[in-house]
Design a protein around this ligand. Sequence first.
Ligand code: CAA
Ligand code: NAD
Length: 294
Amino acid sequence: LAPVYSLYLMRLEDIKKVLVIGAGTMGHGIAELFSMSGYQVYLSDISQDILDNALNKIRWSLEKLQEKGQLKEDINTILSRIKTIVGLNTIVSDADFAIEAIVERIDLKRQIFSKLDELLPPHAILATNTSSLSITKIAEATKRADKVVGMHFFNPPVLMQLVEVMKGEKTSDETAKLTYDLAKKLGKTPIMINKDIPGYVVNRILGEIISASCILIQRNLADYLTIDSIARYKLGFPMGVFELIDYTGIDVNYHVSKSLEEYGIKSPCVTLFEEKVKKNELGVKTGKGFYTYP
Ligand code: CAA
Ligand code: NAD
């Protein structure tokens, strides 16, 4: 008999199937991470081509980890736990935990959350990997705001240690705690943020550094290479500021800046990002951004 979840709180060990929506820069890495930890994973996106590309990237990453002796299982076993799905339908209705990683737009995220609320069982937790949007506003698209939570991974999810877990106004303590424990089970170091802060803490700090760098560029006081060299060789960052923007995606940074504007946080970078987005110069993913990539 299937357990009647509504009668008791879900426990960490009840999470068996995980749904990842969006198979781009973040989604493919999040799916890889869950699968590496033994979870059955549904990976959803809008076309099979995107999903095939995501599987290729996961294989590449797993090969890298295997070379370094960091895999407990063989690559095909890990890959066999990932089932790709175009769109969202009733196939995913046995997922216990969903994490959304689609484009950073509140309208689209709310549509997905409303659909997830319809499709997934009542016990399922619905998490979002948003970089800057309000968890409370995303949760309003569902009838289970107590089970909607922010779970913010960093790029690349398999290598980055930190995960920010953030509560919306109605997120229950149980949901937040379970998500925190889940991040730990994935081998990460989670931090709990008890208030709904658009941008969480990391992107609010990172945003200030990026803004300061854009101002130096706009005033012709420094060029990209100078700023990036200082970031790497003086400030001790693993990547330069503009290198990191290319790596995370100029479109992602553009959407983050725009959505933070709604909360009164203005970014001097918006015009610079917008020009690049219009030319489809999105960074590493399109081969050109502030730098070019082979
Ligand atoms: N899976 C497995 N291995 C990977 C990998 C992945 N996804 N990505 C890179 N690697 C491997 C590389 O192939 C390389 O392996 P080899 O030495 O065998 O070639 C190794 O990791 C080291 O990589 P690199 O030599 O390319 O460069 P690196 O030493 O600089 O490490 C990095 C790469 C870990 C990404 C490092 O540059 C880094 O930490 N960069 C900063 C990333 C960061 O800050 N991310 C957060 C961004 S903000 C965000 O994500 C939030 C948001 O909301 C936008
Ligand atoms: P991306 O553009 O690389 O990927 C987004 C994916 O979502 C695309 O493959 C797209 O086809 C898919 N998608 C769009 N609409 C969809 C739908 N209705 N159903 C299923 N899939 C759909 O974006 P990304 O960089 O992976 O960012 C995803 C989310 O994660 C955003 O909210 C972003 O702010 C956040 N985030 C990004 C980073 C980063 O470094 N890139 C880091 C942390 C958080």
